[in-house]
Structure formats: structure tokens, C-alpha cells
Design a protein around this ligand. Sequence first.
Ligand code: FAD
Length: 376
Amino acid sequence: AGTRFDVAIVGGGIIGLSIGWKLRKRGLSVAVFERDVVGSGATRAATGMLAATAEVEAGEDDLLPLTLASQELWPAFARELEDVSGLSVDYKAEGTMVVALGREEVDRLRFRHDLQKRLGLNTEWLSGSSAREREPGLRPNVSGAILCEQDHQVDARKVAAALAEAFKRAGGVLFENTPVVSLERSGGRITGLSTATETYSAGTVVLAAGAWSPELVPEISLPVRPLRGQSLALRMDPRMPALTHVIWTEQIHMAPKGDNRLIIGATVEERGFDKVNTAGGVFALLEAARRVLPSMEELAIDEIWAGFRPTSLDDAPIFGEAGIDGLVLATGHHRNGILLAPVSARAIEHLILDGRMDGPETGFTFQRFGKNSSRL
Ligand code: FAD
């Protein structure tokens, strides 16, 4: 007991670890507290797409400056992370291909492409045949596609492992298998946190506990909930033409990884913290994959899993102060937490060291959910 850190971070997912690494590099004493092992929450479940442009939806353009800013930070973030940790994060820059089958899907895809162009995004329309030239495994009736060349990918599990290593090598203190049971309060401020056996004081506590974040701060009704995603991985082999791009359809995405796994994801389900894989969920993923990639039928199933996106009321992340001194929020990343890790670390670094955020992250405070807000 009695140990003090400048910053204590609750949650060893990609967000907590990225923030911890960044702050430690700026010279603060930092501890990350993880209930299980690093990356075992949503981070473990993620496909690892850094897909700012393929993801863009009408009405979601508020988020675009933030996702684009983070996408730009990723190549240098990955390089430094690999250098410092000595571990690969499987960064792949082939891009994402969004494909359509049949007239109706092609019409909707054209609409998406028009939206991307209006937003100034650099994407390319492909005919069905040029899509199949680039990806010979696609079914012959794929009749149109958008190529999003700057939408890259990483292996989210490898990123978590590399971040943990980089954080420790920088002198950060990592507690695994150490649930935080409560935040310490004194005179209306958060002064530290307690585990089952110890109390630690901290200048600032950063809450980065993903979908579980609200549990520790009942007094502020943090609008974050778990949104279940089921995914699976197949083992690629020569019976299927090699895939190079991440392939998107209206139903699913398929991401070929460096270790020959093909991740197929993901369902989007309001089921609380019920961590099961359902017959219907897995069936829907496989059926949608076979529709575009017929030869996947022969591939071995490597793994099936489910995870919980930390989803806020408006599907956008929440950075910064929560109206309680000593507490900083970094949660609510929904389906974009891998993409948004570098910009999230930057946001919290600026807030803690300079007293204010800068750039597009300033639009994503907790205060936007206030009483008179249109977002509620
Ligand atoms: P988490 O990874 O959930 O980490 C929170 C951590 O806090 C957990 O490890 C948990 O054990 C720990 N914790 C909780 N409570 C406590 C406590 N009391 N004490 C100590 N520790 C605690 N995003 C993308 O950008 N690209 C993708 O391709 C992508 N694909 C996805 C696919 C699926 C199926 C899912 C579910 C999500 C996907 N996401 C994707 C979203 C992304 O996974 C999340 O936004 C991101 O992982 C959130 O990171 P986090 O660190 O906030 O949360």
C-alpha cells in the first residue's frame, strides 16, 4: 500500500495500453491495471481493420475527421511500436475492397462511392471483372466494387502484445489479473484506486475499461454499453486463391492475416454481456462469406469467438473530463477502437500534460451528452 503513480489506468485493452505507453514516454509514472490479461476484452475480438473510408456512412460524417486523423497516425505508430517492442503487429497496406453482387447492391454501393467522393475521400470504383482480376477468389457474379487503398489493417492481438511490451520497456508498471474494485474518492475528487488487496494513489485515473467502464463510476451514468460481435477465423490454404485485400460486403468483412488466418466478422447484437456464439450468428457469417468467396467451403475452422464493443449513445468515443476531478475518460470506441488508438492516446496525452485537447478529438467529450444535447 501507499504506492503513488502520476497516472493510473483502468483497463489493459488497446486504448488503456496506448495511453499508458504515450504518457510513460512523456516521463510520467504510469500503471495499467488489467482484470484479466492484456487485450482480453474487445481488443482480442477485433478484426484489426483501420478502415476510415470503407466504414463511412451517411450521417456519420462527424466522426470522419477523427478516424482520418488516426488512420494517418497509424503507420508511424506501428513502426515505432514494432521497433521498441521487437514484436510484429502484422501491418498490411493492401487496402479494403467493398464488393457488391446484383443490381440492387451495386446501386447502393454507387451511392456509397458518391458519398465518399463528396467527402473528398480517395477511393476507386472497380467493375466486377477488375475486382476479380485483383481478387481471383471472388464469385463471378461480383459485379462492382470500391477499392479503398488507404484502409489498412493490423492484427489487434499482436498490437496488444506489442503495446504491453513497449509500455513495460519504457518503464510502465503493468498489473495483470488485477481487477480494480473501486475508485478512491476524497473531498469530491478521485484520488486513486483499489484492487482486492491494495490501494494506490494517483494524480489522475484514466478509465479505459471498455464496455465495463460504467461499473466503476455509477454516479455519472456513463452512456456506454456492450454491443456483442461474433466472429470466426478460417485457416487459409492453397485450395483457395490467396486473398490480399480486406473484403467487405453489406453483411460481413473478411480479413486475411499474416498467419494465414482469414477472419470473418462480425455480428452486431444487443445482448448485454452474454458471451456466447450462437448457431444463427455463426451461420449468418459463413453463409455471407460463401456468397462472395465460394472456395471458403473447404477451409478448416480455426476459431470462433465473441466480444463486446464499448458502444456509446452516438457510437463515437468519449474523451476527457467527466465532471469529477482527477478522473479522465477514454472509452466508447464502439467498432473503431483499433483504428482510433493512436488519436485516443494523443487526446489524453494533451489533456493530462497540456490541460486541453487539440484537433478533432475536442468534439468528443462527455459533455456532449448534457441535458440540452441533441445527441440524447
Ligand atoms: P477493451 O479491449 O474491451 O479493453 C478494456 C479492458 O478493461 C479489458 O481488457 C477488461 O478486462 C479490462 N477491465 C474491465 N473492467 C476492469 C476493472 N474493473 N479492472 C481492471 N480491468 C478491467 N475496431 C477497429 O478499429 N477495427 C476493427 O476491425 C474492429 N473489429 C471488431 C470486431 C469485433 C467482433 C468487435 C467486438 C470489435 C471490433 N472493433 C474493431 C472494436 C474494437 O475492438 C474496440 O473498439 C476496442 O478494442 C476497444 O478497446 P478498449 O481498450 O477500449 O476496450
